[in-house]
Design a protein around this ligand. Structure first.
Ligand SMILES: Cc1ncc(COP(=O)(O)O)c(C=O)c1O
Length: 284
């Protein structure tokens, strides 16, 4: 998929501060702290055939992230227009919105940029194999001031996912130093025990995932009890089944965590179907 983007870079449309550019002409300043220091925030919004799912929730979260970093929030109407336009141009896929912090050194001042890019979806395995690992950098462990911020500083998350892939897994499962379950580098996790769904609570410093919100709605529709909290890894390993949740993964079953295989149970499938039903109802 990445090579598809590379091959079509010239044809790809990128919107920077409202200006539509080809992928090859799109540029941000090398003095921008977004590039130099990962200072900025982002969102990834699912486009179903050109219609955005829960764009409002994503843009609300973007606003919260930017406010936490004291980066000016772009005009909401413009954000809505630019993201809708990118979805319309690209169709089925995802729309990435990046707001950079700009160059803040007095001698190198550059304004912040809002970059909106349509992307094709990366392929997601049918069932994920996760490698559990301690995430010492995670907001749930040492950056309480930045709980739930979708900032550009995702290097540790990406390094964790890469390490898991080098070790033969599909992705990582992040844990506190005490061994409690947090989330994946780019997804939330949930599991099923005795017909009830469990998922780490927001007090764990995890991202306020839009797909997690949909999970609660799906559970309500299906009459499944759902609990949130602090859970040791053993609780997830002993589950009947488990799943990864995100805008691009939707509800994807987890096949294993480390050496522990998890059953291919029926609940993840029902939750995935409920998720798709909610999407269909909202985007028509
Ligand atoms: C750390 C993290 N957790 C969870 C998620 C899932 O969030 P959403 O459902 O809003 O895509 C993401 C999404 O990228 C993420 O980066």
């Amino acid at each position: 998929m990445a090579s598809e983007v590379g091959a079509n870079l010239g044809a790809m449309r990128v919107i920077i501060d409202g200006v539509e550019l080809s992928g090859t002409d799109a540029r941000v300043s090398v003095l921008d702290w977004g590039l130099q220091r990962g200072f900025g925030a982002f969102e990834v919004i699912r486009s179903y055939g050109g219609a955005l799912f829960r764009a409002g929730g994503h843009l609300d979260r973007l606003t919260r992230s930017l406010e936490a970093l004291h980066i000016p929030v772009p005009d909401r109407n413009e954000l809505e227009w630019w993201t809708a336009r990118a979805a319309e141009l690209g169709g089925d896929g995802a729309v990435r919105v990046i707001v950079t912090g700009g160059g803040r050194d007095p001698l190198e001042h550059v304004p912040s940029s809002t970059v909106v890019i349509w992307e094709p979806l990366a392929e997601v395995p049918d069932r994920l194999r996760l490698e559990p690992m301690t995430a010492s950098w995670h907001p749930g462990t040492d950056r309480a001031a930045f709980h739930g911020i979708k900032w550009l500083s995702y290097a540790p998350n990406m390094a964790a996912a890469d390490a898991a892939r080098r070790n033969g897994f599909d992705d990582a499962l992040l844990l506190t130093a005490a061994g409690d379950v947090l989330e994946g580098p780019t997804f939330t996790v949930a599991w099923v025990r005795g017909g009830a769904v469990e998922t780490p609570g927001m007090e764990m410093g995890i991202l306020a995932s839009i797909t997690r919100e949909v999970l609660f709605e799906s559970c309500a529709r299906l009459g499944l009890p759902v609990a949130e909290g602090r859970y040791p890894l053993a609780r997830m390993l002993g589950a009947d089944e488990a799943m990864a949740l995100s805008t691009t993964k939707e509800v994807t079953p987890i096949a294993s965590v480390g050496d522990t295989a998890l059953a291919d149970g029926p609940v993840a499938g029902r939750l995935a179907a409920a998720h798709r039903q909610i999407v269909a109802e909202e985007i028509g």
